[in-house]
Ligand binder design. Structure first.
Ligand SMILES: [Zn+2]
Length: 75
């Protein structure tokens, strides 16, 4: 009879631990905001119109970033 009680206790403990693990993976800390920029890419600012754009899409001329070729010729 004591074996049966012990077995029940072990099963209950297993379920209890399993529930805790599941709860921990489901409840993520809400204090960490998702980064807005795509793929964690650096954002740069156009020297002419001050628009923000990913660095890979920006034109780099004389250590200044530009959003399009038209804005490069303006300076
Ligand atoms: Zn621009």
């Amino acid at each position: 009879m004591t074996k049966l009680i012990l077995l029940g206790l072990v099963i209950w403990l297993a379920i209890y631990i399993l529930k805790r693990v599941v709860n921990r993976s489901n409840t993520r800390p809400s204090g960490t905001p998702e980064p807005n920029n795509l793929e964690g890419e650096n954002m740069v600012q156009c020297a002419t119109c001050n628009v923000h754009l990913p660095r890979s899409e920006a034109f780099l001329v004389n250590s200044n970033f530009y959003c399009c070729k038209a804005h490069i010729s303006n300076t």
